[in-house]
Design a protein around this ligand. Sequence first.
Ligand code: NAD
Ligand code: TYD
Length: 363
Amino acid sequence: MTERINQNSSNNLMDVSSEDLNKIILVTGGAGFIGSNFIRYLMGKYPKYKIINFDKLTYAGNLNNLSSVEENPNYVFVKGDVADNRDVKNVFEEFNPNYIIHFAAESHVDRSILNPDIFLKTNVLGTQILLNHAKENNVNKFVQISTDEVYGSIEKPISCLEDSKIAPNNPYAASKAAADLFVRVAHQTYGQVVNIIRCCNNCGSFQFPEKLIPVIIGNALNNKEIPVYGDGKNIRDWIHVDDHCKAIDLVLHNGKSGEIYNVGADNEWQNVKLVEFILDELNASKNLIKFVEDRKGHDLRYSVDSSKIKKELGWKTSIDFDDGLKQTINWYKSHLDWIEEIHSGEYLNYYDKIYKDRSVETS
Ligand code: NAD
Ligand code: TYD
């Protein structure tokens, strides 16, 4: 069942008058890492837009991430599940959104290896249910937030173009690739206006400490071992979340219907080098690094070519990665309470399950 939480009783999301003010945007998964950064970004830049944050509040969803906007009359939070047709129907009936930006997903590869089923349900079925309602309600545009992981592991020096082969190697990547194909079909079969954005690994504030960067920072601050999978030579391209938000903004407003846009930062790091850099920044000992059993099906390298979004939409990165990373480290250092709240309950069970059998100290 959907549950509407709206601290502001004067809120009236239907009260729109001019063409310029008529964007009612359903942001799914807005209580997660990228979604919450995007909502703050969008509300800062377009204060007249009406934002409905539709989120199930799984372990990864946290309304504290949005405390800075929760009183804004143009923002409302609705608790609901994208994979539940009734929940999605209700939110459409109540708010009649005309744009959808679809972040909601089970997003962590390690969890997908343990339990693929929920990835299929949320990421694939959830996307199709949203597309059904988008069609029925003549939504102006559906933006799918996908990932560079759909292309699979890419040998150096190749970078994938938008029409490169889809070759996912883990259940998370497979579910995102499948969802992308249903988004494509919505356009090809029904003429729905859609875009797909495939971005590289994001770094920034409010990222749940199951992903590499917040694991490194959180563990180092607690003087705990940092588990590095395999030989640590896997490569990821890292972008600051604000640069991803800028790309989404451009695609939302100017992306040509049916198009896919890759978003990469040309900022490749071997995992172990990134760990060492962060430990240096924190003045923490490199002895905390613990090489552990590799992830199953671990992709060696992701790499996308972003020429298309640069050329067509004028996007480029604007945040120097070292600066963005330092800013992120400082954010975590000054939000120890945010980390502490997560470092309990469900997180401890998860941490134990993922790392104990790899012989990492878990207590
Ligand atoms: P996250 O795990 O931090 O947040 C996911 C959010 O979705 C949470 O708020 C969660 O409560 C919500 N959610 C999960 N299942 C739901 C459901 N059934 N119904 C409604 N809400 C649900 O994820 P993130 O890192 O912010 O990623 C957001 C999107 O960006 C995902 O689609 C992911 O595939 C994509 N992406 C992430 C990265 C990255 O580096 N984190 C890179 C590229 C693409
Ligand atoms: P992650 O942040 O989970 O993102 P993704 O797998 O979606 O790219 O992991 C980034 C890289 O870091 C990946 O190669 C796996 C590796 N990794 C570790 O070595 N140790 C860890 O504890 C985690 C979470 C990831």
